[in-house]
Write a protein that binds this ligand. Structure first.
Ligand SMILES: *Cc1c(COP(=O)(O)O)cnc(C)c1O
Length: 427
């Protein structure tokens, strides 16, 4: 299956006709438990000697189909589906971290991720150091003996900037720590970070994967390529794991060590499990991922070019525009295109942004992105509200900036809507 093209994999990977009924679409297995054949079968499942279904906090056939499809689309060894994108981030870090350990994170991240990393991590005894990932010297200098991961977004929220993944991967490699890439905004259709050197890929399935704002979900994909035993930094994977009767996951499971650890311990003890219905909707969304992304790209190009030429606009951050300092990276990191999320600096500042948002009719004012519908948000008064103005600016969410998520409607209709709302906002 994995030698097929993306358009084929997005429909077929992970989905065989249902063995019980022949159902062609993946059924929603709305069940908590699975009958064991006998006591010996149950014991073998609990010992990981046989792969099968035990309890839906751990695994479920609908969710397994989505995990297999995502592993195929990202070119990974395995995947774990989670209850949200934020859950996926915790699940990606959980096998790697201990109290006292740190993550080196890009300053250009989704606002909720900055809050999760800078505030909530402290409760676990973890910490995050935020660095401008375009400053390679600063990135190298930030890594220390307690660093267990490097984390960035490939296309970053909200500015749509592009991270130089091959350069960051080289630094992570030299330091012997895994690179975790949030690929939510690019999706595996635009870029497969594992091919550029990432160890783990995380997604908010809430966004483009489902594509219509019906699901809250997340996914972690493991490349299967990191040597967890090369140092003593990752004892959960390389040494006897006390939380699983002393199993040495890397020795016993090789490339699937991270995936099995995440299910057997991560989902078991943290319980950040996706639900079967959410997995089903996400599978249906992924069937059209490449088609939708092409339309998102074409619309983002048309709308960003129109906005950049408009005198009521100060700047547009879309990396697909030749004026963007990140435009050169489109060719090396995500050659199909720079996604469909960017920010716009509006003349008239904070007040004009608020009026713009209030006057749009087709664009919805919501805290989401990656929907078939075009969306707008004034980040400084919403998603990035918890941050200081300094952090807002560093994250690309200054008070005079709105974030657009360009949907799959007709581009002329979107431009007409922006035109009338900008008139009202800057009158
Ligand atoms: C939305 C988002 C998240 C968080 O995902 P949830 O599903 O909302 O928990 C993480 N990273 C990026 C880039 C996002 O856009």
């Amino acid at each position: 299956m994995t030698d097929h093209a993306f358009d084929t994999l997005q429909i077929h990977a992970g989905a065989e006709p249902d063995p019980a009924t022949g159902a062609l679409q993946v059924p929603i297995y709305q069940t908590t438990a699975y009958a064991f054949k006998d006591a010996d079968h149950a014991a073998r499942l609990f010992n990981l000697q046989e792969v099968g279904y035990i309890y839906s906090r751990l695994t479920n056939p609908t969710i397994s189909a989505l995990a297999s499809r995502m592993a195929a689309l990202e070119g990974g060894a395995g995947a774990i589906c989670c209850s949200s994108g934020h859950a996926a981030q915790i699940m990606a870090l959980f096998p790697l971290m201990m109290p006292g350990c740190n993550v080196i994170a890009s300053t250009r991240l989704y606002g909720g991720t900055i809050t999760q990393f800078s505030q909530t991590f402290k409760r676990f005894g973890w910490s995050a150091k935020f660095v401008d990932f375009d400053d390679e010297a600063a990135l190298k200098a930030a890594i220390d003996d307690n660093t267990r991961a490097i984390f960035c977004e490939l296309i970053s929220n909200p500015g749509g900037y592009i991270t130089d993944i091959p350069a960051v991967a080289k630094i992570a490699d030299a330091a012997g720590v895994p690179l975790i890439v949030d690929n939510t905004l690019a999706t595996p259709y635009l870029c497969r970070p594992i091919e550029l050197g990432a160890t783990l890929v995380v997604h908010s399935a809430t966004k483009y994967l489902t594509g219509n704002g019906t699901v809250t979900g997340g996914v972690v994909v493991d490349s299967g390529k990191f040597d967890w035993s090369a140092s003593d930094k990752f004892p959960s994977l390389s040494a006897p794991e006390p939380a699983y009767h002393g199993l040495k996951f890397h020795e016993a499971l090789g490339a699937m060590a991270f995936t099995f650890h995440s299910i057997a311990i991560g989902l078991r003890d943290l319980g950040m499990t996706m639900n079967p219905q959410g997995a089903h909707y996400t599978l249906m969304g992924i069937e059209t991922l490449s088609l939708r992304m092409e339309k998102h790209l074409a619309n983002a190009k048309a709308v960003s070019e129109w906005l950049e030429a408009d005198p009521r606009v100060d700047f547009v951050t879309y990396a697909g525009l030749p004026s963007s300092p990140w435009n050169k990276r489109v060719a090396t990191v995500c050659p199909k295109g720079a996604g469909a999320l960017f920010t716009v600096g509006v003349k008239g500042g904070y007040d004009a942004c608020v009026k713009l948002v209030n006057n749009l009719k087709l664009f919805s004012h919501v805290a989401n992105l990656g929907d078939a519908r075009s969306l707008i948000i004034h980040s400084a008064s919403t998603t990035h509200r918890q941050l200081s103005e300094e952090q807002q600016k560093a994250a690309g969410a200054a008070p005079n900036v709105v974030r657009l998520s360009i949907g799959t409607e007709n581009a002329d209709d979107l431009i007409a809507d922006l035109d009338q709302a900008l008139t009202a906002a800057t009158a």
